[in-house]
Design a protein around this ligand. Sequence first.
Ligand SMILES: [Ca+2]
Length: 64
Amino acid sequence: MLSEYARTATGKDSSFNIVQFYAADIDNNGKIDSVDASRVLSYYSFLSTHDDDITIEEFFNMAQ
Ligand SMILES: [Ca+2]
């Protein structure tokens, strides 16, 4: 995700296909950036320390 952000931030073409793009755009703002990467890391950290089986959407809905 950070590599994708670095590519697009420097004007290069995206390397993600449409499915990868929508999966990676965690905050649904139309960009893949460090915010999305941070959210994935938060979700990963949560799953690593809890037995809960929740989706990333459920995880961030809990935080709101
Ligand atoms: Ca985003």
